[in-house]
Design a protein around this ligand. Structure first.
Ligand SMILES: Nc1ncnc2c1ncn2[C@@H]1O[C@H](COP(=O)(O)OP(=O)(O)OP(=O)(O)O)[C@@H](O)[C@H]1O
Length: 511
């Protein structure tokens, strides 16, 4: 048995009267990939924040390399060799890759000891890339890097100093399968070199593939640490769940397919965005249909939704809803016409952090609720309560400010808020990013239900599994254009990826 690198015992952290962590213990050994999982609000981020010196625990011990440590600041954590890579990346957009690597580190001096040793910086960066087997253009600014490039750059930055524990918080959130593979190769390499990895994710298939051991938290408490080979998805889900789940098996397609005779709800013809990210896109969504958009990072997926919604300037094309041409020059205009966009988790657009859950959920429907304040208050509370229960929002009540919720629970509020507007068309960007596996199923069920009631859903996901589970039909996007349209009947991941990597070839060609 390897010597323990990190031993945590009896960790407590409370916010007001509520414990985010209660008596949590955990061991991590060098060179292992240790997954940390749990429902939204289970305490994972709080645990990470304690290890990285953002929060101080109320009680408990942290033994690092056999010695008790009090980590009181992020600087303390870094000195010990604990680094974290978050989804909200910490890069300076206008700095190059190399400059970002040296953020917070002393720049080397040149040989005259006067200026900065740019050459030494380049050489050290190159050395590290070779060591880690990476190929990145470190001379371009971070702003021009793709999401996976940014993740790799952040990991490199962590490795600039001796990193003994690397914490990866949902590292694959916006990566596609292929990009996830390269990340996994890097993780394995780091582990072989002796770095321990704490891997936090809601993607169960990744956890079973990449981790050696997995620890489950539930309601702020430790449930179990198990060797990954000795457990499975169902067991882990049972350990995570506060309530046993019912209904269809997780991960199965949950509903009958849409009737193909549905009338056209949304028609987009030759749509282009002024910034050139979207080029002549034509697509449609029928009433009752859930339509997916898949593409590699940089294909213009988010940009396409934003252009339809009016968040991004349109330069050409036509949009029709229910057969009528409409203008969507702004999100307000889209909302008024029955189109709502649910943004991906990292943006959390549209949440006012200091306002309570109730007000956030009802911000866009005040008109509808406003006939007489008495009725309004009652109706509002009832609707909010209904959606909070349906979405299993973990909070002390509907008056809790949104800023105090965990990331996944904030995303659920964004979702409920959109449902409350009762739109004709949902545009969803990564609808289940950051939510736990149980809520993911619930969101899928809700979206399919909304569609089958005659509305429509157009969603973007980098998770191929999700695209296969949720969509009736899907479009593959490549460099801002539709490269293929597929009916999701017996479709395999390989068929979709073939179009991504080899667009405009083969029989499925569109347009
Ligand atoms: N600053 C805060 N004030 C009040 N409560 C908080 C605060 N930060 C976290 N909490 C609460 O602590 C609990 C644990 O939250 P945490 O963010 O650690 O969960 P998580 O497991 O990371 O969830 P997710 O998967 O959604 O990211 C939640 O109930 C959350 O509402």
């Amino acid at each position: 048995m390897k010597l323990t690198l990190l031993h945590v015992e009896g960790l407590n952290k409370a916010f007001g009267p509520h414990y985010a962590l209660y008596e949590v213990g955990l061991d991590i050994v060098p060179g292992e990939v240790h997954a940390l999982i749990g429902e939204n609000g289970a305490g994972k981020s709080t645990f990470i924040k304690i290890l990285t010196g953002v929060y101080t625990p109320d009680a408990g011990q942290i033994i690092w390399n056999g010695k008790e440590e009090h980590i009181t600041s992020p600087g303390d954590a870094r000195k010990l060799g604990i680094n974290v890579v978050h989804q909200d990346r910490n890069l300076v957009p206008s700095f190059t890759g190399v400059e970002n690597l040296y953020l917070g580190l002393p720049y080397p001096r040149n040989r005259y000891k006067l200026g900065i040793g740019w050459k030494q910086m380049q050489e050290r960066a190159q050395e590290l890339m070779t060591e880690l087997g990476l190929q990145l253009d470190l001379n371009k600014p971070a702003a021009r890097m793709s999401p996976p490039e940014k993740t790799l750059l952040e990991i490199m930055r962590a490795m600039m100093l001796e990193c003994r524990l690397l914490i990866l918080d949902e590292p694959t959130a916006s990566l596609t399968d292929q990009e996830t593979e390269s990340l996994f190769t890097l993780i394995r390499k780091l582990a072989q070199r002796g770095t321990a990895i704490l891997y936090v994710s809601h993607r169960m298939d990744e956890i079973t593939r990449i981790s050696d051991r997995v620890t489950v938290l539930r309601n702020g408490q430790f449930v179990a640490t198990t060797a990954t080979g000795q457990t499975n998805r169902e067991l882990l889900i049972r350990q995570m769940s506060s309530a046993p789940s019912e209904g269809p098996g997780l991960g199965e397609r949950q509903s009958s397919r849409a009737l193909s005779s549905g009338k056209n709800l949304l028609e987009v013809e030759s749509l282009a965005s002024a910034d050139g990210k979207v080029k002549e896109v034509s697509l449609k969504v029928r009433e009752g249909e859930v339509v997916g958009i898949f593409g590699l990072a940089g294909a213009g997926r988010t940009e396409l939704l934003e252009t339809i919604y009016g968040l991004r300037k349109q330069s050409a094309g036509k949009i029709s809803l229910h057969g009528q041409e409409i203008r969507t020059d702004s999100p307000r205009q889209s909302l008024d016409q029955g189109i709502v966009l649910i943004p991906e988790e990292r943006k959390r657009d549209g949440l006012v952090m200091n306002l309570p859950i109730r007000e956030n959920m009802t911000l866009s429907i005040l008109d509808r609720l406003s006939s007489g304040w008495r009725m309004r208050a009652g109706a509002e509370r009832q609707e909010v309560d209904g959606w909070m229960t349906a979405m299993k929002v973990k909070a002390s009540g509907m008056e809790q400010p949104v800023r105090e919720l965990s990331g996944g629970n904030q995303q659920k509020v964004v979702f409920a808020k959109a449902l409350l507007t009762k739109p004709a068309l949902f545009l969803c960007d990564e609808p289940t990013q950051a939510v736990d596996v149980m809520t993911r199923e619930e969101i899928h069920r809700l979206l399919i239900e909304q569609a089958r009631e005659g509305r429509g859903v157009l969603f973007v996901s980098s998770d191929l599994q999700e695209v296969l589970e949720l969509s009736d039909r899907l479009y593959v996007l490549h460099e801002g254009r539709i490269a293929g349209e597929l009916d999701n009947a017996g479709l395999t991941p390989e068929q979709i990826l073939a179009i991504c990597y080899n667009p405009y070839k083969g029989s499925e060609q569109h347009g």
